[in-house]
Structures are given as structure tokens and as C-alpha cells.
Design a protein around this ligand. Structure first.
Ligand code: NAP
Length: 508
């Protein structure tokens, strides 16, 4: 259960979860709290502290100081602590999962999987950090015209300083550790601002790092509404780098902040192009897996959440000649999805907030008015929306372009692969895409033509395995994630040049 056992110290006398600063769990002096609404019951379930600007200032100063000595901590020791935190995350997967069920309606089994995946990510990151941060470059000057060999250049990777991490609600633990672990192994300190829906799960995760014994001040976690403290955090002068995952908020943050490195992982409208020669059974199961649920049958990480994934399939572009057959196969699979509360491990659970459900409904009504074919009856109870496939969607419908972040999937019928590529590239987003065909040559040509950070051939889009590079083009992001890229992104290169009095040629 959340806030019990080793997690009891996270809760204050009024049942409000505390924030984390200088190795301690604290009540905010604001005396205010932010409620977290359970998406299933639509009732307040948890409360977190609404931190003040003064509290943020204090923990930023602490993070700056703690980072200086952390940067002098041997790499193997940093890795050792991360391995401890990873083990603790796995050990405490049940209470963490309990929070995810209540805060974001993640199905129970999948919620536990998120904690385990996060532990694995932290361990991998520790190992990768030891490998790549222990290496640098050695260059000699005479490879550049006009130079003798009088200069030896040594490069190494040094930390950036204080990293601000802001993850989204849909993976509040996994997308937090994907920022925290690279930051720490690279010698940075971290200030985490978790999403409000998912904050309590994130606080439990932070406690695992606390129990692992990281130095005071190195990790802080500040809670409160992003709309209230977000600007203060992102524009804070002590912050040396921001790693953000979320929606359009990331675009406005990028416009406001100063000259610091940004890692932005934003929204997507991942297209799934189906050619005439595709294996339609494979395509249909991937569309259902990718569009409606997180579940990935071949992966250890079996997770579900009704389209609330940045890399969900968000538009199907199918060749007219196979469209009827494909739609029938997808319909048959959609009919088998279970719909209900996360506690029952249903495939389709309530979406995160009432306003998200209203937004999705707006897209559905627009498509209805403009003549889309409804493959199922539209059904909604509270935040729970039954899976819906919309056929014969046309480019004048909002659902053709906008990200529903819910269990509603549009199908656009195309007459050539070029038409599919054109639709994909006309989107403001460029996160991932996928193509289904038995012809690898066509697959490569289409993959090269799609303006997205990743293209999956014969599988639904997916973030992960977590060490694969993951990036969005256009409005889908800045920079690249994936464990190795995140570690590199959270460092800068330091060069030392040894100047010799005379040219020196080894063995010369
Ligand atoms: P969101 O509304 O953009 O929120 C993301 C985070 O930003 C939350 O922690 C939020 O805190 C915080 N925030 C809000 N206003 C802020 C401000 N002014 N300054 C700083 N932080 C602020 O996104 P979401 O609804 O949580 O997540 C859904 C979106 O994330 C979708 O668009 C999805 O595609 C995208 N996503 C992308 C990836 C990827 O890797 N590309 C992965 C997952 C999700 P509060 O909760 O307190 O408002």
C-alpha cells in the first residue's frame, strides 16, 4: 500500500505526501496541497505539497553544492549506489504499482512492470556510464594541415551541473528514472518535478534512491502544479539543463529558457503505413497493441494503457485494396479487449482526467459530423472510453492530425505509398512511424522518406528497449534519449591540450 512500511515517513499528519529536499521528507511552508484525482472514481485519492518558490530556491542551492562533491565521487561508487537504488525499486514494486493504479489508472500488472523496467533501466545506466564515461579521445595536431605534431589533445566528459527533470503522467516512474539515472552517473545533481497525476508514485521512487544512500542535496523532488511552479523551475538561474517529456508545454518551455541544453521528448502522431503485400494478421495485432494498449507481446515489459503513449499508433494509413480485410481483422481483435477498472487488469482503463476524456470526445464528435465510419458504437462512462476504430477518416477531420491520447484510432484509406508518406510528413509531429510490407526494399525506401525520429518495420512504434536511441523530429522533440544518448547529453566535453616544445613523432 502507498505510504506505508518504509514509505510511512513520506506522509504528514494530515495525509499529505511530503516533498524531498536535502535527504529529508518535508512539509511545505505554503500550508497548501494539490489533490490527485483517481481517474476511475473521479474522487481525490492523494494529496501532495504545493511547494513555494523559496523552497525551490533552497533546494536548487543545495543541488548546486551537492553536485560539486558528487562530481568528485569515483564513477564506480556512483554506479554502486545506482545499482542499490535499482534493486530497491524492484523490491518495492508493489507499493509503487499501487500508486500508479490509483493515480493514472494503469492496469495493476502493468504498473508493477513499470517499476521493474525502471530498476532495469537504472542498472543498465550505471553499467553504460562506467563504460562510456571512463573513455575519452586522444588527438594529435599534425592530422590538420599546416601543423606539426606539437600538440596532444585529451578530451573527457564532464557533468553539466544541476539537471531539472520533468516527466509526464503516463510513465511517471520510468520517464523520471530515464532522466535521473543518466544525470547521476554522469556526475550531475537532479531536481525532479513529477507530473501531478503520478506524483505519489514518483515520490515512492525517489524514496528508493533515498534508501540507497545518495548524498544529501544531490536529489530533490518538488511537487505542485506545473502551471503554478513550472516557469519558476524552468527559468531558475541554477538549472544547467532541462530534460522534459510531455506535450506542447515543452514547446513553450523551449521558447522561454536561456542558453542551456534541452532534451525535449514531446507528442507524436505516429503513422502506420500498410502496403498491399503486408502480413495483415501481423499488422492487425500490432495496430491493436500499438493503438489501444501498451501491451507488447514479445517484450518482457507488458504494459497497457489505452492509447496514452507518445508512441501509440495514432493513424493507420492503409492501401485501399486491403483496407476492408485489415479493418475486419482489427475490429475482431478490438472486440476482445477488456474494458474496466485498472484493479481488474483490464486492457482499456479510464483515461487520466475528465478533461482528457472530453478532449477525446470532441475529436470523435468532429469525425462523426464529418462522416467517418464508426466500427464500434461510441461509449463513455466518466473517464472510461470504450475502444473505437474510425474508418474512412479524411484529412479534413481533426482526428487525422491531432493526438487523442486515448483509445480512439483513425483509419485513412490511401491509394499509394506516396500518399501515406505525404500524410505522415505533413504532420507537425515526427516521433515514430511504422510500415508493414514483406518487401524489405520498399520498407527501407519508405523508412528513409518518413520524417520521423524512428521507423519500425513490421512492428508498432515503441520506446525501447530503453538503450535504443529515441528521438522526435519537428514538434516531437529536441535531442535524443535512450540510455547512452542521455548520458552523453548530460555531459559536456572538456579538452586539455599538451603543448610540446618540439614536434614529437612516436618511434620516429
Ligand atoms: P504535459 O501536460 O505537457 O505535462 C508534462 C509535465 O510538464 C508534467 O509534469 C506537468 O506537471 C509539467 N508542466 C505543466 N506545465 C508546466 C510548465 N509551465 N512548466 C514546466 N512544467 C510544466 O504532458 P502530459 O499530459 O503529462 O503527457 C502527455 C503528453 O506527453 C503527450 O503529448 C505525449 O505524447 C507526451 N509524451 C511524450 C513522450 C516522448 O518521449 N516523446 C513520452 C510520453 C509522453 P503537472 O502535471 O503538474 O501539470
Amino acid at each position: 500500500m502507498a505510504g506505508t512500511g518504509v514509505f510511512a515517513e513520506l506522509v504528514d499528519g494530515d495525509g499529505v505526501f511530503k516533498y524531498y529536499s536535502y535527504g529529508e521528507w518535508k512539509k511545505s511552508s505554503s500550508g497548501k496541497s494539490v489533490p490527485i484525482i483517481n481517474p476511475t472514481t473521479r474522487q481525490p485519492h492523494f494529496k501532495v505539497q504545493a511547494c513555494t518558490q523559496e523552497e525551490v530556491d533552497k533546494l536548487m542551492e543545495e543541488a548546486k553544492t551537492a553536485q560539486k562533491s558528487w562530481a568528485k565521487t569515483p564513477l564506480w561508487k556512483r554506479a554502486e549506489l545506482l545499482h542499490k537504488a535499482a534493486a530497491l525499486l524492484k523490491e518495492h514494486k508493489v507499493p509503487i504499482a499501487d500508486c500508479l493504479v490509483k493515480e493514472i489508472a494503469k492496469p495493476a500488472k502493468d504498473a508493477a512492470t513499470e517499476a521493474v523496467r525502471s530498476g532495469d533501466l537504472v542498472s543498465y545506466c550505471a553499467e553504460e556510464g562506467v563504460r562510456i564515461l571512463g573513455e575519452g579521445k586522444f588527438l594529435v595536431s599534425d592530422s590538420f594541415p599546416g601543423n606539426e605534431r606539437t600538440k596532444y589533445c585529451l578530451t573527457s566528459k564532464i557533468p553539466l551541473g544541476v539537471i531539472l527533470a520533468i516527466p509526464p503522467f503516463n510513465y511517471p516512474v520510468n520517464l523520471a528514472v530515464s532522466k535521473i539515472a543518466p544525470a547521476l552517473i554522469a556526475g550531475n545533481s537532479i531536481v525532479l518535478k513529477p507530473p501531478t497525476q503520478g506524483a505519489v508514485a514518483a515520490l515512492h521512487m525517489v524514496h528508493c534512491f533515498h534508501l540507497a544512500g545518495f548524498p544529501e542535496g544531490l536529489i530533490s523532488c518538488v511537487t505542485g502544479k506545473g502551471s503554478e511552479i513550472g516557469d519558476f523551475l524552468t527559468m531558475h538561474p541554477i538549472v544547467n539543463c532541462i530534460s522534459f517529456t510531455g506535450g506542447d508545454t515543452g514547446i513553450s518551455i523551449s521558447k522561454k529558457v536561456g542558453m542551456i541544453p534541452l532534451q525535449m521528448e514531446l507528442g507524436g502522431k505516429d503513422a502506420c503505413i500498410i502496403l498491399e503485400d503486408a502480413d495483415l494478421d501481423l499488422a492487425a495485432s500490432n495496430i491493436v497493441k500499438g493503438g489501444f494498449s501498451y501491451r507488447q507481446h514479445k517484450s518482457l515489459y507488458v504494459v497497457s494503457s489505452c492509447g496514452q503513449r507518445c508512441t501509440a499508433v495514432k493513424v493507420v494509413l492503409v492501401m485501399e485494396s486491403v483496407a476492408n480485410a485489415l479493418v475486419e481483422k482489427v475490429k475482431a481483435k478490438v472486440a476482445k479487449l477488456t474494458v474496466g477498472p485498472p484493479e481488474d487488469d483490464c486492457d482499456i482503463t479510464p483515461v487520466v482526467t475528465e478533461s482528457s476524456a472530453n478532449f477525446i470526445e470532441g475529436l470523435v464528435m468532429d469525425a462523426k459530423q464529418k462522416g467517418a465510419t464508426f466500427c464500434q458504437e461510441y461509449k463513455r462512462e466518466g473517464n472510461l472510453i470504450w475502444p473505437l476504430l474510425l474508418d474512412n477518416v479524411r484529412p479534413d477531420m481533426r482526428i487525422a492530425w491531432e493526438e487523442p491520447f486515448g483509445p480512439v484510432l483513425p483509419v485513412i484509406r490511401i491509394t499509394s505509398a506516396e500518399e501515406g508518406i505525404h500524410h505522415c510528413n505533413a504532420s507537425n509531429f515526427g516521433l515514430q512511424g511504422c510500415v508493414f510490407t514483406r518487401d524489405i526494399n520498399k520498407a527501407i525506401l519508405i523508412s528513409d522518406a518518413m520524417e520521423t525520429g524512428t521507423v519500425q518495420i513490421n512492428s508498432a512504434p515503441a520506446r525501447g528497449p530503453d538503450h535504443f536511441p529515441f528521438q522526435g523530429l519537428k514538434d516531437s522533440g529536441i535531442g535524443s534519449q535512450g540510455i547512452t544518448n542521455s548520458i552523453n547529453m548530460m555531459t559536456k566535453i572538456k579538452t586539455t591540450v599538451i603543448n610540446l616544445p618540439t614536434p614529437s613523432y612516436t618511434m620516429g
